[in-house]
Design a protein. Structure first.
Length: 108
């Protein structure tokens, strides 16, 4: 989940949260605003460089990236952190709970 607050001029501010979940070779990314409203959903290859490219393109001022635990999470956490992204690793149950009420993880 990437959480963003839109400014009055319609631009993204300096605050965002990102939720990332893995499906085999692809990673699902969801960008949401501060109210939990989805602003963008998409997928990319499951490499740290591809994930970072999506985050930097769609949410350049990301505040936090919630990384769902899984087989690649240790590698992704270390590599995304090296790339300067604010990553936290969440148990899958906690990642699901981090979604706003009514929001569902469409990647599963």
């Amino acid at each position: 989940m990437i959480r963003l607050k839109l400014e009055a001029n319609g631009e993204y501010p300096h605050e965002a949260v990102c939720r990332i979940g893995w499906i085999a070779e692809q990673t699902a990314v969801c960008i949401i605003d501060e109210h939990g409203k989805p602003l963008w959903r998409g997928k990319c290859t499951s490499t740290p460089e591809a994930i970072a490219a999506v985050v930097n393109a769609r949410a350049p001022h990301v505040e936090r990236i919630g990384l769902e635990s899984g087989p690649l999470s240790t590698w992704h956490w270390h590599e995304l952190t090296k790339l300067g992204l604010p990553v936290i690793c969440l148990d899958a149950r906690h990642a699901k709970a981090a979604l706003s009420p009514g929001e569902q993880d469409r990647s599963q």
